[in-house]
Ligand binder design. Structure first.
Ligand SMILES: [Mn+2]
Length: 341
């Protein structure tokens, strides 16, 4: 099975081109039918554990359903893909095959940031929990666009396994990845966007996982430790660039999820400000969801950005810092910034 090939893959379980070719030829990555494969992919400027889990687990589901399918993730892996995640040996490609029968988008729906190799006319399904582009996809593919307010896109993928009646066939790799993704994207079920569906999926996945006792705490500690490393490496890999009607240039939004937001901000404020100064747009802010006290710290120097955040989130800035009353992730902040008053 795939395990034997994974032994030859590099640290992330990514097959190189020749390994992939061998894998393809002997039918390990997907069953080589005459037809071109479905590519399961995401987008943005980095790959986080949610996108990784979704792409790998959905491709596996599609293969079980008799389709050729492969996960393709060309972006750098960010700090949420820790050693524990890498140890699951997920298999995906960094380059898309040239002959593709259809695309499935996971953890992304903003058309600007979908992988550029994706032909939007060939997208057959979208699974996402970021908002603002539901109509774009519903006009094209109707109910196959599943864009919902939920903690993790991984929950939508697990629900697709259940809907297919194939959940007893899920591999430990996929079950482990989906479980880690749910913990990561909900900040261990603490963000308000977390839904009952995330809890239900996580509980149902438990019998299929092979993660060790106490893995949640260990995973969160790994993420925290990687953030404590080089911020200059972390920030560009978790940056979103969003355009707003009120601004003539995009807003660059960095996010750093930590346990103690205030301590992190105090220790790193100047580095974060320097990072914002290096962005090509004058408009930038950093959001720091803080799991320990369940607030999100916002750092912005630009007055217009401060005004927008103050007006839309009901916060006030002092010394370039504001605090939200509840834990907010960037996707929720962006949604609020886009709503009319
Ligand atoms: Mn996500």
């Amino acid at each position: 099975m795939v395990q034997s090939v994974q032994g030859d893959a590099d640290a992330y379980g990514v097959l190189n081109e020749s390994e992939y070719f061998i894998c393809y030829k002997i039918g390990l990555c997907y069953t080589p039918h005459a037809m071109a494969p479905i590519v399961v992919t995401s987008g943005g400027s980095f790959t986080d554990v949610d996108a990784l889990a979704c792409a790998v687990a959905y491709a596996e589901l599609a293969r079980l359903q008799g389709k050729d399918a492969v996960a393709v993730l060309p972006r750098p892996l960010n700090h949420t893909i820790t050693k524990m995640v890498q140890d699951q040996r997920p298999v995906f490609l960094k380059v898309a095959p040239t002959d593709v029968s259809g695309y499935v988008l996971v953890d992304i729906s903003n058309p600007t940031w979908v992988e550029p190799f994706v032909d939007h006319a060939k997208v057959v399904a979208v699974f996402d929990h970021h908002f603002g582009y539901e109509d774009y996809w519903r006009e094209r593919i109707g109910d196959a666009a599943q864009i919902e307010m939920i903690g993790a896109a991984a929950t939508l993928i697990w629900e697709a396994w259940v809907a297919a009646g194939l959940e007893d066939k899920i591999s430990a790799t996929s079950a482990n990845l989906l479980s880690i993704a749910i913990v990561s994207n909900t900040l261990n079920f603490k963000v308000p966007i977390t839904s009952d569906r995330d809890h239900t999926a996580f509980a149902a996945l438990a019998i299929h996982t092979t993660l060790p006792q106490g893995w949640v705490g260990k995973y969160l500690a790994e993420v925290e430790a990687s953030i404590g490393g080089d911020l200059a490496d972390i920030l560009p890999n978790d940056l979103k660039i969003e355009t707003f009607a009120e601004f003539d240039q995009p807003i660059h939004i960095a996010q750093v999820e930590v346990y103690d937001g205030l301590a992190f901000l105090t220790a790193n404020k100047q580095k974060l400000i320097d990072f914002m100064h290096h962005q090509p747009s004058p408009y930038a802010f950093v959001d720091i969801p803080s799991m320990g006290d369940e607030h999100t710290y916002l750092l912005a120097e630009n007055k217009e950005v401060q005004d927008l955040l103050s007006q839309k989130l009901g916060v006030s800035f002092a010394d370039n810092v504001a605090v939200t009353p509840t834990l907010m992730l960037r996707k929720m902040i962006i949604k609020r910034l886009r709503t009319a008053d």
